[in-house]
Design a protein around this ligand. Structure first.
Ligand code: C2O
Ligand code: CU
Length: 486
């Protein structure tokens, strides 16, 4: 099994010379250069990166500071961050600080919270970082293509006293739709992606590389920060032979626990902080596999143990992270609203296949082609019956600042949707009427087909906030709304 999907590229096919492939070293993220204090400069532009590594042709991408992912920005909790974003693309852009509870004017939503950054211009984002955790940044302008071509980077806010680990590692996951020559397929915004599962690709990368191995040492304790930067792919990672514990979700601490079914499920934009104890023997090899889509499992990479262990056994220190300063919603007085997500193709026609994570096959594609006429224009997806066109719209809800709210979300479609609220984190109270075990704080909640999910939060950040599906093709095709906190 290899890191290829339904429309696989062959590594050998990419090589005219036909030589075999060499093991690729695991790419470490480059830290950003902070000039003074927490001042950063990132430049969005076009370039080429060795996504496939080795002797394969470089892939033309759009990136920040010449790399995919962009530089890892690291600050300490409570500190102020200042990032000058220079746009050297041929089109407008913005940067959204996903999951950060920033003031509305710093949220990076074109036309809604700022004028987009024109080519040649620079915009300075500056805000305090109230929450420690794992966040990320990406454009909110034509996200499907801009993020899909490589514009994203990790944003890590460190706790004043982090839990002790041997290594703090970030894996930014992505999924690319590459052609045989290793270049990005430019079929962005096609109706099939928009109306179905979104732009699922054929090549999964970790930190901008097709990885082979990740070197570990026996007795080592690693904090692994996972970020799903893919447009549409949902990952479900299983670490064979290991028992990772989840210590934070979407940047927010959670009671440390083993993930359900021993797999870490991350919809687009979602993050998980894991603590993994390396309990293997010297020289051992274990697979990390992605099992989300039925019958399309693949090996992401291998954990490879060094010949000499770091120590006899991993440490047994506490894993619980200190809570962030989030206001606790008062459920007794919370006002309740229902929100229904609708639309998409094949609703009610899918049968079982897609419901449990199947992928569209070729027959489906042909069926789609017959259904396309008449669906080319206007939104395909709706929130409470309305398909958004662009980021500026009348708010679907106006919330009173400081008040608690419960939103009952109903996925009335045959597809998964990771639903993201800007400017706030919310507690996930329950699914299908059953309370969640950890009442986790999230900023993006993954909804299964037909699922009902209840979330709660205090509307304490004033402004107009996007509330949208983070499958970027669904967002572009209407699954987006505005929630106003006034
Ligand atoms: Cu990560 Cu509205 O976005
Ligand atoms: Cu969606």
């Amino acid at each position: 099994m290899s890191n290829h999907f339904s429309n696989p590229i062959s590594r050998r096919g990419l090589l005219k010379a036909g030589a075999g492939f060499a093991a690729l070293a695991f790419p470490a993220l480059r830290p950003a250069q902070a000039a003074i204090g927490n001042e950063y400069r990132i430049t969005a532009k076009k370039g080429r990166v060795p996504l496939l590594g080795g002797r394969y042709p470089e892939t033309a991408v759009w990136h920040y500071n010449g790399a995919v992912p962009g530089p890892e920005i690291r600050v300490r909790q409570g500190e102020r961050l200042r990032v000058a974003v220079e746009n050297r693309l041929d089109e407008e852009t913005t940067v959204h600080w996903h999951g950060m509870r920033v003031p509305n004017a710093m949220d990076g939503v074109p036309h809604l919270t700022q004028a987009p950054i024109a080519p040649g211009e620079t915009f300075v984002y500056a805000f305090d970082c109230p929450d420690a955790g794992t966040f990320w940044y990406h454009p909110h302008q034509r996200g499907s293509e801009q993020v899909g071509r490589g514009l994203y980077g990790p944003l890590i806010v460190e706790e004043p006293e982090p839990i002790p680990v041997d290594r703090d590692v970030t894996w930014v996951l992505d999924d690319w739709r590459l052609l045989r020559d290793g270049q990005i397929s430019d079929d962005f915004d096609n109706m099939m992606d928009a109306g179905m599962a979104g732009r699922i690709g054929n090549t999964a990368t970790v930190n901008g590389r097709l990885p082979e191995t990740f070197a570990v040492r026996g007795g080592e304790r690693i904090r692994l920060r996972l970020i799903n930067a893919a447009n549409a792919r949902i990952f479900a990672l299983a670490f064979e032979g290991h028992r990772p514990r989840v210590v934070a979700l979407d940047g927010q601490p959670v009671e440390p626990h083993a993930p359900e079914d021993d797999r870490v499920v991350l919809g687009p934009a979602m993050r998980a902080d894991l603590v993994i104890d390396m309990t293997g023997t010297p020289g051992a090899r274990f697979q990390v596999i992605d099992t989300f889509y039925r019958d399309l499992e693949y090996r992401l990479l291998d954990l490879v143990y060094a010949d000499r262990p770091l120590r006899e056994a991993p440490p047994d220190t506490p894993l619980r992270l200190p809570d962030n300063p989030l206001a606790e919603p008062d459920l007794a007085t919370a006002e309740r609203h229902e929100i229904t997500f609708g639309g998409g193709m094949m609703s009610g026609m899918m049968g079982g296949g897609m419901m449990d994570g199947g992928m569209p096959g070729r027959d489906m594609g042909r069926m789609m082609d017959r259904m396309m006429p008449g669906m080319r224009h206007g939104g395909v997806w709706t929130v409470n019956g309305i398909a958004a066109e662009g980021h500026v719209m009348d708010p679907m809800l106006t919330l009173a600042r400081g008040r608690s709210y419960v939103l009952a979300l109903h996925n009335d479609t045959a597809w998964h949707h990771p639903i993201h609220l800007h400017g706030h984190s919310f507690r996930v109270l329950g699914r299908e009427g059953t309370p969640t075990r950890h009442r986790e704080w999230q900023d993006t909640v993954l909804m299964a087909p037909r699922e009902r999910v209840e979330i709660a939060f205090v509307a304490d950040n004033p402004g107009d906030w996007m509330f949208h599906c983070h499958i970027l093709e669904h967002q572009a095709a209407g699954m987006m709304g505005v929630i106003r906190v006034a």
